[in-house]
Design a protein around this ligand. Structure first.
Ligand SMILES: *[C@@H]1O[C@H](CO)[C@@H](O)[C@H](O)[C@H]1NC(C)=O
Ligand SMILES: *[C@@H]1O[C@H](CO)[C@@H](O)[C@H](O)[C@H]1NC(C)=O
Ligand SMILES: *[C@@H]1O[C@H](CO)[C@@H](O)[C@H](O)[C@H]1NC(C)=O
Length: 189
C-alpha cells in the first residue's frame, strides 16, 4: 500500500488526539497542510502561543505543544514606600493575587492588587507621600496653619495657612494642596 495521499499522511502527523485538548472548533475528515483550527485546552491549561488556533505543518501542529500549564511567578515586585499585606513567598502560582498596603498617612494610587498571570505580574499602584509640617520652614516664611494643628496632610488634602507675622506677599496663595509630599509655602512679611 502506498501513501500517496498527503492528507492521509498529515492526518497521522496532525491528529486530533491530544490529551490536553478537550475540543476542536470543527470536525474534519482530512487535515490539509496549513489548515488552521481553533481548539480548547483542558481546564488549567492554556494555548501555548495564546491564540488557541492550531496550524497543521509538515512537522505536526503549530504551536507545539498545543497546550501548556500557565507559568507561575517568582517573588512579587517591591512597592516603593509600601509593602505586601501578607507574608512574602518565593513563588506564586498562576492566577494568584497579592495585596499591597501603604504606611499610615500615605495614599494608595490604583488598586492594591497584583495578579500572577502566566509568569507576569499585572496591576500597578503607588504610595503617595503625605506632606509633613515643618516648623522651621514655617518660621522662615512667617506663616502658620490656619486652624488645625495637624502634623500630617495626605496627598490631595487642602492645607490653609495664615500669616504668623505681617501680610501675605508673593504669588503663592494661602490655600495649597498637598501633592505627593510636596506643598508650596506662601510667605508673609
Ligand atoms: C516554591 O517554593 C517552595 C519553597 O520556597 C518550594 O518548595 C517549591 O518547590 C517551589 N515551587 C515551585 C513551583 O517553584
Ligand atoms: C482566577 O481567579 C479568579 C478569582 O479568584 C477565578 O474567578 C478564575 O476562574 C481564575 N481563573 C483561572 C484560569 O484559574
Ligand atoms: C518674616 O518677617 C520678618 C519680620 O516682619 C521679616 O523681616 C522677614 O523678611 C520675613 N521673612 C520673609 C521670608 O519674608
Amino acid at each position: 500500500m502506498q501513501y500517496t495521499n498527503l492528507s492521509f499522511i498529515l492526518e497521522a502527523i496532525c491528529n486530533k488526539y491530544d490529551p490536553l485538548v478537550t475540543s476542536w472548533r470543527k470536525y474534519w475528515t482530512q487535515v490539509k497542510l496549513r489548515e488552521t483550527i481553533g481548539y480548547t485546552c483542558r481546564r488549567g491549561y492554556k494555548g501555548t502561543d495564546g491564540t488557541n488556533v492550531a496550524t497543521c505543518t509538515r512537522d505536526g501542529w503549530s504551536p507545539n505543544p498545543l497546550c501548556q500549564e500557565p507559568l507561575g511567578c517568582e517573588t512579587a515586585p517591591l512597592l516603593a514606600d509600601g509593602d505586601l499585606k501578607y507574608t512574602k513567598k518565593s513563588n506564586y502560582s498562576n492566577n494568584e493575587t497579592v495585596e499591597y498596603m501603604c504606611p499610615s498617612f500615605y495614599t494608595m494610587e490604583g488598586e492594591p492588587y497584583r495578579t500572577c498571570i502566566n509568569g507576569e505580574w499585572t496591576g500597578h499602584m503607588r504610595c503617595l507621600k503625605p506632606c509633613v509640617v515643618n516648623e522651621d520652614d514655617f518660621r522662615q516664611h512667617n506663616i502658620t496653619l490656619k486652624s488645625s494643628d495637624n502634623k500630617y496632610f495626605t496627598h490631595d488634602e487642602i492645607i490653609e495657612f495664615r500669616c504668623a507675622r505681617g501680610i501675605p506677599v508673593g504669588a503663592v496663595a494661602m490655600r495649597q494642596r498637598c501633592n505627593g509630599g510636596v506643598v508650596l509655602l506662601p510667605t508673609c512679611q
